[in-house]
Design a protein around this ligand. Structure first.
Ligand code: DC
Length: 215
């Protein structure tokens, strides 16, 4: 049986992870946060003392990536986010990570009936034949406020203007890179979460998935 694949793409702090995780829980599907792959590669490069923009170092780190690397506790840091966005602009890094993502989607772990993948290029490159493609976004002000609150809740010192500037820089890099830039594909279901809470977002998306007869 072919697995159902739900692609969730969007910019930083739009609510991708929250939606994707809750969709997977509700539908009994496997979940892959593909941003973690890029974060882990970025941190592996920083560990060696190289720059995340160094294509050879980053490609070697991507090829050597192991599942355990995704369990590091520092992957949610700003340093990891910044390094991830830099290694993600290198075509050979993206290529090295493609096989893992595609096989996760095609053969979800634990015999799950489907997989939810979130990232920037799931609907466009990783799974262009996904059963449904969701592009989730929100205004820049809302996304910066969410990220700021999240950092504070984790006990990290964060200045709002700095969070906004970092997010802008990362979004600009993710959207303007030559390979697999962040942008909604034509057949994506686009949802703006600026005025919606996570329960509302989940409800709207579940309704769409059910209306399409996918579950
Ligand atoms: O989703 P995230 O914030 O954890 O992603 C970290 C960075 O990784 C993001 O700035 C861009 C990159 N990324 C990507 O290029 N493609 C993906 N599928 C997922 C993440």
């Amino acid at each position: 049986m072919t697995a159902i694949v739900i692609a969730v793409d969007g910019p930083a702090a739009a609510g991708k992870g929250t939606l994707a995780r809750r969709l997977a829980d509700t539908l009994g599907m496997a979940y892959l946060d593909t941003g973690l792959l890029y974060r882990a590669v970025g941190m592996k490069v920083l560990d060696t003392g190289a720059s995340p923009a160094d294509a050879d170092a980053a490609t070697a780190a991507a090829r050597a990536l192991r599942f355990d690397d995704l369990r590091r506790s520092d992957l949610r840091s700003d340093a990891a986010a910044d390094a991830a966005s830099r290694v993600a602009a290198i075509p050979t890094v993206r290529k090295a990570l493609l096989g893992f993502q595609r096989s996760f989607a095609a053969t979800p772990p634990d015999n799950a009936p489907g997989a939810v993948l979130d990232g920037r290029d799931i609907g466009s490159v990783v799974c262009p034949d996904a059963s449904i493609k969701i592009f989730i976004t929100a205004s820049e002000a809302v996304r910066a406020a969410r990220r700021h609150r999240e950092l504070r809740q984790r006990g990290l010192a964060a200045i709002h203007s700095r969070v906004l500037a970092d997010m802008r820089e990362r979004d600009a890099r993710d959207s303007s890179r030559a390979v697999a830039p962040l942008k909604p594909v034509e057949d994506a279901f686009v949802i703006d979460t600026s005025d919606l809470n996570p329960d509302m977002v989940l409800a709207v998306v579940l309704e769409t998935i059910r209306a399409r007869g996918l579950v």
